[in-house]
Ligand binder design. Structure first.
Ligand code: AMP
Length: 235
């Protein structure tokens, strides 16, 4: 179900690898009829199609590192300039560094509020989750291996469920290290803003979805009342 909107709903979903950002971003975007932009999906598509971007990004992705800021900023700048984004967007996987966040602020200047929700999950839960995660080789849908064991195939398109090439244990550890070093500082970057909320991601996906919706509603109410309360923890 989609809801019609008059002002753009611009949402950044932050969080460590395995926090469920992709799942929540898809659901939120579908529910609100806005575009989901996942930089990880853009890069994986480029790798699969063998484009120059894909060739440039593949080794970095396989090693669990970050593709360089200027390239990622250029990709997102171009994507956010497209028509479908006028009604709003959900960004998943960007920004990942303070330089990317600063660039996003510049891109968004005068374009309406940027709501930022951090999905917080403890490290030990993430390693276990990523080991269980399978993705559809065809449509990219992510599921837990417990579902995989029953279905074996994607419930959405019937494609084969596979382990993501960067979900192997050593690469997962590197991605978590890179997250802690480069991306977690974004929580500090955004946390004093009235448009920032942090939600508990260590619960069932449905509960995370409800907490995300509540956090966004709270920010919208605060912003539209012109009375920005300080950012806080919800759900
Ligand atoms: P994700 O699907 O968001 O976990 O992204 C998969 C991989 O793509 C990451 O481990 C990075 O190598 C790369 N990547 C995705 N988004 C970005 C970004 N904003 N900046 C740098 N690298 C990125």
């Amino acid at each position: 179900m989609t809801e019609s909107r008059q002002t753009p709903l611009n949402l950044v979903v932050l969080g460590p690898p395995g926090a469920g950002k992709g799942t929540q971003a898809v659901e939120f975007a579908d529910r609100h009829g806005i575009s989901k932009i996942s930089t990880g999906d853009i890069l994986r598509d480029a790798v699969q199609s063998g484009t120059a971007l894909g060739q440039r990004a593949k080794a970095t992705m396989d090693a669990g590192g970050l593709v360089d800021d200027q390239l990622m900023i250029a990709i997102v700048r171009e994507r956010l300039g497209k028509k479908d984004v006028a009604g709003g967007f959900v960004l998943d996987g960007f920004p990942r560094t303070v330089a990317q966040a600063t660039a996003l602020d510049e891109i968004m200047a005068g374009q309406g509020a940027l709501i930022v929700v951090d999905i917080a999950v403890p490290d030990d839960a993430l390693v276990a989750r990523l080991a269980r995660r399978r993705v559809c080789g065809q449509c990219g849908l992510a599921v837990s291996a417990s579902v995989d064991a029953v279905a074996g195939r994607c419930e959405k398109c019937g494609g084969e469920l596979v382990l993501r090439s960067d979900d192997t244990e050593s690469v997962v550890r590197e991605r978590l290290r890179v997250y802690a070093e480069a991306t977690r500082p974004l929580v500090d970057y955004y946390s004093s803003r009235p448009t920032f909320r942090s939600i508990d991601g260590n619960q069932r996906a449905e509960a995370v979805g409800s907490a995300l919706a509540a956090a966004v509603d709270q920010v919208l109410a605060t912003v539209s009342a012109g009375n920005p309360a300080s950012g806080g923890v919800v759900g």
